[in-house]
Ligand binder design. Structure first.
Ligand code: HEC
Ligand code: HEC
Ligand code: HEC
Ligand code: HEC
Ligand code: HEC
Length: 351
């Protein structure tokens, strides 16, 4: 898309807010919105999420829907092209602009298809958030493909399967969109519903700054209530899972080490010291001795690691995934037994 067209979409999105008959919004309110957005991660065009492709000079189709405001406009059909697919690469350093969320095609979006293939119907201004915050994999990728394989047999040419980053919408929908690897014969919590007004992205996050409306949470939640308890349990189970992953890999003869910041996150632990060193966290040293059991547990570990809001997006689902991953590794190595009970499905959940 040309520079002129980009300008056009930004202006077209903002104009109804400014010029519909009676002004809908005082100038000072608009200034507050713009100010908040400018300081937000969505506008930070120097962030890795927007400069990663600088050397290539364009964001390829497979990444552009989420990594360029212009790519999203292409995807929803706001550039006049068919909706639901992206026709070409997008420019680098194209932020999640006003138009990306407020072009009519973005605002009227009423269904989103997740990586599991499940389509969720939802209308309202939060729907567009889900397009970019749904992740790139579902737990399904670790189910059928390994059916009939020995859970502890090493898979040849198998790479780590990564949900990608901030898949908050997929966590929020839980068992409905199957973000996590869900162990057979277990039941998982569905969409996290919460109280009305705080059950969607913009209810809890101010959409322009993206910050969590924390003072509002505090009006209903106190320190030490069920939310704080679940958050603590998730953190403990997550840490226990990290240890179990290491122990399992050692027992299998191919030690593993994790780095949250180096791609693809899991590496061969060459000196078997249980830690990741700078010489180990290199792509050519990526972990290459996955078994189905290890890969499933590591996938769920990463889901929680890369969604720092999992405790608020769907605490019961997150905890169920961690506890079941621990139980699975526990068939081979010792795991702690003091992590508390597996949570019941959310009281409002249909599953
Ligand atoms: C076009 C894709 C896109 C849309 C639409 C989108 N986001 Fe984002 N979001 C991103 C990207 C990319 C980042 C990371 C930006 C960065 O690193 O600076 C991000 C960052 C965030 C963050 C901050 C994460 C952090 O690491 O601090 C929050 C919170 C967030 N988005 C929430 C939302 C909400 C709520 C909506 C809808 C109102 C939304 N996003 C819509 C792509 C999108
Ligand atoms: C479904 C949406 C989606 C798609 C498709 C997508 N990403 Fe992302 N990606 C995100 C979001 C959202 C973030 C921001 C997470 C955050 O910082 O909060 C992100 C972050 C990143 C980051 C920054 C990580 C960091 O260290 O800050 C890189 C690099 C990245 N993605 C690479 C890619 C590549 C390469 C592709 C295409 C092959 C791709 N992404 C496709 C949603 C997506
Ligand atoms: C990440 C998506 C996203 C981006 C980017 C975004 N908005 Fe919004 N905006 C929303 C959502 C969602 C709402 C509805 C909030 C609600 O219902 O509480 C909203 C509401 C508004 C409102 C109504 C007043 C208010 O504060 O609720 C105005 C005006 C507005 N946006 C203007 C803008 C402008 C101007 C920009 C660019 C500087 C922008 N928005 C960028 C998602 C976005
Ligand atoms: C019940 C309230 C609630 C809902 C609903 C909610 N969030 Fe969150 N979100 C949070 C909290 C709390 C955090 C954690 C913030 C922290 O600890 O830094 C968070 C964190 C995030 C982060 C990571 C920020 C970071 O610091 O890396 C992203 C991205 C995000 N949310 C996006 C979304 C999107 C997109 C939706 C809708 C699909 C959504 N959230 C719905 C409360 C909520
Ligand atoms: C109007 C009151 C109200 C507000 C505001 C509110 N909550 Fe809640 N929240 C509740 C109620 C009621 C429950 C269900 C009872 C319980 O588990 O404590 C709940 C449950 C939760 C749960 C799930 C606990 C469980 O047992 O499954 C989380 C997580 C949560 N809230 C996070 C938040 C966050 C984050 C915010 C702020 C963005 C917030 N809440 C704002 C009333 C509220």
């Amino acid at each position: 898309m040309t520079r002129l067209m980009r300008w056009f979409w930004a202006a077209a999105a903002a104009s109804p807010l400014l010029y519909w008959g009676e002004p809908l919004l005082a100038q000072s309110d608009l200034a507050r919105v713009v100010e908040a957005w400018l300081k937000s991660p969505h506008a930070d065009t120097s962030a890795e999420a927007f400069i990663h492709w600088d050397e290539e000079g364009a964001v390829p189709e497979s990444c552009a829907v989420c990594h360029a405001g212009v790519g999203l406009l292409d995807f929803v059909g706001a550039d006049g092209s068919p909706a639901g697919r992206i026709e070409g690469p997008a420019p680098v350093q194209s932020p999640v602009s006003c138009a990306a969320c407020h072009a009519p095609e973005a605002e009227l979006l009423d269904r989103v298809t997740f990586p599991s293939g499940v389509t969720v119907e939802q209308s309202g201004p939060n729907t567009v958030c889900m397009v970019c915050h749904m992740g790139r994999e579902s737990g399904d990728s670790l189910g059928d493909p390994f059916a009939g394989r020995d859970s502890d047999g090493i898979l040849t040419n198998q790479s780590f399967v990564n949900i990608h980053y901030a898949a908050s919408a997929a966590t929020l929908y839980g068992a409905e969109t199957r973000a996590g690897y869900q162990y057979p014969h277990k039941s998982y919590s569905g969409r996290f519903t919460h109280v009305s007004g705080y059950d969607n992205c913009a209810g809890c996050h101010e959409p322009h700054s993206t910050e969590v409306r924390e003072e509002e949470c505090a009006s209903c939640h106190q320190t030490g209530d069920s939310v704080a308890m679940l958050k603590g349990q998730i953190a403990s189970a997550h840490a226990a899972l990290a240890r179990a992953i290491v122990d399992y890999a050692v027992a299998g003869g191919y030690p593993i080490a994790y780095s949250a910041s180096a791609y693809p996150y899991f590496f061969e632990d060459l000196d078997a010291d249980g830690n990741i060193g700078p010489e180990e966290a290199r792509f050519p040293n990526r972990y290459a001795h996955w078994t189905p059991r290890l890969l499933r547990a590591a996938y769920n570990y990463q889901l929680v690691e890369k969604d720092p809001g999992a405790y608020a997006h769907n605490p019961r689902y997150a905890l169920q995934l961690l506890i079941d991953s621990l139980e699975s590794l526990g068939e081979r190595v010792a795991v702690p037994d003091d992590l508390g009970p597996r949570p019941l499905n959310s009281p409002w959940s249909l599953r």
